[in-house]
Design a protein around this ligand. Structure first.
Ligand code: IFM
Length: 484
């Protein structure tokens, strides 16, 4: 180690993350039924290039090799999600044993290689049946329907029963903001609905599902298990310090962050959020007692971070329609009740997603959550970048931009540690290139390159670099980065 190296705590977990629909493929095998993402991706015009998750990285068949790859790279922890329609196809009733067996075998293989598993129960692949058919008689169900939260509670219990003896780290939901506001508000994610009131109902039912799911997990899991949630908080900044811009920031903070942290951490929806959205909904879908359920003790909070947001007040009511906030251009706003807000490009280089590179937002969020949830350990459960990676003549994939991105963000994590944040680990998004939702396979986030024709995996130079960081627990200055 040189004096300039940044040293991480010895127990710090060096991980990588994926999600079921993005990598598994095998969508019709072993009893799996369609999720809302199968339906959405098969709907013309919803996903770039008409891509679907039908095959994806074929991980359902190649999981053993993928675990071996992680072991070879010295990855210490793997965050993956369970596909709900693979283990409980209709979202109700009994589980499919073959689905559960797949995840048990995966976890056993990880443990054999000394890789710590972290399970995410819900990374956006709701069983289609729960979206389409509903006991209330509603023509469309999904997260705007209260019953979905209770279905999630049942599903959480099933997965805990199958994996609870071997998995310590459990996340209920991944990025509920995307499920609610991109799925039901802007409609750029499945199921593609564009109804602001439904988006707010969905947000509440996701909060409720988190609480019910956390309780269900704890009733089954051994005491050592840690139950948390992975959020994608927005590091939202005002364009100027003018009062109107500060108010725009407040409104987006309410809809991006406090709509989840209020119920989960404090058992409340803040008054300003209720007032801002009053013309859209009266929030009568929040029943007595719900906010006691949503506020469960948390074993950890996962922070997914990519880029900050910059906002200002705007004279144009529809300013936040076609957006610069990093989630694809949409005709419909994902910010119900926040008209007259403009999104601006934050300073910094852009990734292939068009997202500005600014690691300071990660430090800010880690310190903010340290203050908001004192004593609750934090993980960076996703962080990474898409670049237009291409194999060179010898087949190697050189991705210096990603190395710089990762270096900058790990430095930001280290900065937060020095300032007192209890960050226990970092999960690079993503282990390998995969199905990037509405962008299909065109955006590559992986540290490992996937040739989708042959399914050959090639670690990029960033994977080799990350392996060195993980092995040493130290971050060398940028000029010493081990790029090949
Ligand atoms: O690929 C996604 C992931 O599924 C959720 N968080 C953001 C990533 C990059 O867009």
């Amino acid at each position: 180690m040189t004096d300039a190296n940044l040293r991480f705590p010895p127990a710090f977990l060096w991980g990588a993350a994926t999600a079921a629909y993005q990598i598994e493929g095998a969508v019709r095998e072993d009893g799996r039924t369609p999720s809302i993402w199968d339906t959405f991706s098969h709907t013309p015009g919803k996903v770039l290039g008409g891509d679907t998750g039908d095959v994806a990285c074929d991980h359902y068949h190649r999981w053993r090799d993928d675990v071996r790859l992680m072991a070879d790279l010295g990855i210490g922890a793997y965050r993956f999600s369970v596909s709900w329609p693979r283990v409980q196809p209709t979202g109700r009733g009994p589980a499919v044993q073959r689905g559960l067996d797949f995840y048990r075998a995966l976890v056993d293989e990880l443990l054999t290689h000394d890789i710590t598993p972290m399970v995410t129960l819900y990374h956006w692949d709701l069983p289609q049946e729960l979206e389409s058919a509903f006991p209330s008689g509603s023509p469309a169900g999904g997260w705007p329907e209260r019953d979905t939260a209770f279905r999630f509670e049942e599903y959480a219990g099933i997965v805990a029963g199958a994996l609870g003896d071997r998995v310590e780290w459990w996340a209920t939901l991944n990025e509920p903001w995307c499920s609610a506001f991109l799925g039901y508000g802007s409609g750029v994610h499945a199921p593609g609905r564009t109804d602001p009131a439904a988006a707010l109902r969905a947000a509440h039912h996701l909060n409720l599902a988190h609480g019910l799911g956390a309780r269900a997990l704890r009733s089954v899991l051994p005491g050592r298990a840690q139950v948390g949630v992975c959020l994608n908080p927005s590091a939202v900044r005002p364009l100027t310090s003018a009062p109107a811009d500060l108010d725009a920031r407040r409104r987006i903070d309410a809809l991006a962050n406090r709509v989840f942290t209020g119920p989960m951490l404090r058992g409340t929806y803040d008054d300003d959020l209720l007032a801002d959205t009053a013309r859209i909904t009266d929030w009568s879908f929040v029943h007595d007692g719900d906010l006691g359920v949503t506020r469960q003790p948390l074993g950890f909070i996962g922070i997914n971070y990519y880029s900050p947001a910059v906002v200002s007040a705007s004279a144009d009511a529809a300013a936040n329609g076609p957006r610069l906030d990093g989630h694809g251009a949409a005709e419909h706003s994902p910010w119900p009740g926040a008209d007259h807000v403009s999104f601006h490009r934050a300073p910094g280089e852009l990734t292939a997603m068009g997202w500005p590179v600014d690691p300071t937002g990660l430090t800010d969020l880690l310190l903010e959550y340290t203050a908001q949830a004192p004593g609750v350990p934090l993980f960076v459960t996703e962080n990474g970048a898409a670049y237009d990676d291409k194999p060179g003549a010898a087949g190697q994939v050189h991705d210096p931009d990603r190395v710089r991105y990762l270096h900058g963000h790990l430095t930001a994590v280290h900065q937060a540690l020095l300032s007192g944040a209890d960050v226990r680990g970092y999960f690079l998004w993503s282990l390998m290139d995969n199905f990037e939702w509405a962008y299909g396979y065109g955006k590559r986030f992986g540290a490992v390159y996937v040739d989708y024709d042959t399914q050959v995996r090639t670690p990029k130079s960033s994977a080799h670099w990350y392996a060195k960081v993980a092995a040493s627990g130290e971050l060398a200055p940028p000029d010493q980065e081990g790029e090949r």
